[in-house]
Design a protein around this ligand. Sequence first.
Ligand code: NAD
Ligand code: USQ
Length: 410
Amino acid sequence: MNILVLGGDGFCGWPTALYLSDRGHDVTVLDNLSRRAIDLELEVQSLTPIRPLGERIRAWRSVSGRQIGFVRLDLATEHERLAAVLRELRPDAVVHFAEQRAAPYSMRSPQAKRYTVDNNVRATHNLLSALVTTGIDAAVVHLGTMGVYGYGWSGSAPIPEGYLTVKVPTPDGDVLREILHPANPGSVYHLTKTLDQLMFAFYAKNDLLRITDLHQGIVWGTQTAQTERDERLINRFDYDGDYGTVLNRFLMQAAIGHPLTVHGTGGQTRAFIHIRDTVRCIEIALQNPPSGAKPQVFNQVTETYRVDDLAKLVASLTGVDVAYLPNPRQEDQENDLNVRNDQFIALGLEPTTLSEGLMAECTHIATRYRHRIDPSKIIARSVWREGMATSDDLAFEPVLDTPAEGGPRW
Ligand code: NAD
Ligand code: USQ
């Protein structure tokens, strides 16, 4: 297949581009490198030393003999160029990762809120509009989020995959209707993903675009079979308070002896998936496009965990302390979360489950590059509403430059 990977320089996009190339597909990455620019804005860097995209692509060619194309383009502002790229490449499929994806970043300032909405909504709409304008019948696979459903909106009842059947009272009696599951976003970032869903529903209905929306949980891990083939291919590892996600943050914190930063009681239950399963799920979605008229929705998750349980597990394995911090987010302190993922399982996904081995692999990477960590960037300081408490820095002695033997037990 000829596949265009939008956002292919990012944490999920880069390993997906490599995986698909390794599987024999012709891959072109499209990215405006905005994520790298946000690192500069936040004065933070990936824990792992990611190389410039051109160097990554050259390294992949030397390791695999395969070529990956690159188009630098801003999806949100360059509709005409996007249409020209589609006409030239004529992709069979487009994988859409290209959005601002951090909830804390989306809440950090009025400007960041506006940027997140402008960037994400326009990027998605420009893609859909350009596909219609050019008449290119490419299957679209979009990375959405579990957060469109909210967490635990229906208590312990399982969250279905995208759609809910509801009973509508009419003068002639009740009728059953299938609707998009009610949207219940918890941040401006998650809000943009709920808006994406409506755009997909419209363009599938009106223009018969073939769209799969993947409601993905929190991705953890960093390396895949492809990214570990050469250090120049290494994947991103975000650890800072805005972009770092919870389990990877805990594993990085363990590597330097930082107390694990649990927000509130840690009673929040969330869905997780390992990066190796992310890339496999994208492949499965590409192999099983819908016919059109209605977007296909898969829940891209393999497990659910309570934040506090994850912290206690990492603490028991590594000996670090757990710190319970004021929660900077407006979210339920406790929730149930029961998620259906039958479709991916039926289509052949064999879930990678949380294991000591995989967590240790992550902590090893964090230990190896711990000299790159800026401890002042660890605490999450973006608050959901003005006046909410943030945490003071925790007193701790980072282990940043001693050999691995002097670090945590792993
Ligand atoms: P990321 O920030 O690492 O990668 C996103 C990439 O898109 C970056 O390389 C960025 O430069 C690019 N991009 C952003 N806006 C663009 C634009 N206007 N034009 C061109 N390129 C643009 O994020 P990620 O973690 O790889 O996430 C990828 C997708 O998966 C996102 O849509 C995110 O919402 C979704 N997702 C991620 C996770 C997770 O835990 N990382 C979980 C669920 C869903
Ligand atoms: N949390 C902590 N301590 C930390 C970091 C986070 O307790 O140090 C808590 C948060 O308060 C929250 C939970 O852990 O309750 C998850 O936070 P997160 O930052 O790991 O994940 P989230 O903000 O939900 O966003 C991430 C990705 C996003 C994706 C989403 C999937 O950044 O792109 O859409 O996961 S999901 O959560 O399933 O909606």
